[in-house]
Design a protein around this ligand. Structure first.
Ligand SMILES: Cc1ncc(COP(=O)(O)O)c(C=O)c1O
Length: 194
């Protein structure tokens, strides 16, 4: 299911065909609260800042970088496939300095290389990596990468577009700071959310 888009369940398609309600309608507010709670369960987090974004996964990515990266910030970006490159572009568009760690396509992000990058660069504020690299299907160790970042005083931004609901993703337990995903992959919903 990783590459997506996956088949959308008939129940979801039928719900899509229902008439709309106003965005200020109390019923809509209740619906949104319920969706946020269900998303918290899906992401295994109690963080109140858990919400759907009416846009594809790339907009979830942009939301994380635009809110966390300031001009001049040093960000270690792990690239082991297509989507790490997109994270690097986001860092640079925000005026940050991307310190790139590359691993061969088909290999997970090397924990040792990330540790070396922290040792070689002072003042890194964020570590960014793709949990499951869609282009190769390779999973990286989000828990350990998060620990390395926090030991060095940095936050983590995690791309969970392909991993969410496909493999364990424990946002609170692994202390992941900012995580985005996409609705069209393992969640089997329609594209265009997150
Ligand atoms: C790992 C990863 N990140 C980001 C994206 C971008 O998501 P979207 O196509 O929903 O913008 C994808 C899409 O395949 C992806 O697999």
């Amino acid at each position: 299911m990783g590459p997506g888009p996956t088949m959308v369940h008939e129940r979801v398609l039928k719900a899509n065909a229902k008439s709309t309600i106003g965005h200020l309608d109390p019923a809509f507010v209740g619906l949104m609260d319920e969706i946020k709670q269900l998303l918290q369960y899906t992401f295994q987090t109690n963080n109140n800042m858990t919400m759907p974004v009416s846009a594809p996964g790339s907009a979830g990515m942009e939301a994380c970088f635009a809110n966390l990266v300031e001009p001049g910030d040093k960000v270690i970006v792990c690239i082991n496939g297509v989507f790490g490159h997109r994270m690097k572009e986001n860092v640079e568009r925000c005026g940050g300095e991307a310190i790139v760690i590359e691993d061969d396509w088909g290999c997970p992000v090397s924990i040792d290389k990330v540790k070396q990058a922290f040792n070689a660069n002072s003042g890194v504020v964020t570590l960014a990596f793709v949990h499951a690299e869609t282009s190769t299907g390779v999973l990286s160790d989000a828990q350990e990468l998060s620990e390395v970042a926090h030991n060095n005083g940095a936050l983590v931004i995690v791309d969970a577009v392909t991993s969410l609901a496909g493999v364990p993703l424990r946002v609170d337990e692994w202390k992941l700071d900012a995580v985005y995903s996409g609705s069209q992959k393992c969640v089997s919903c329609c594209p265009g959310l997150w």
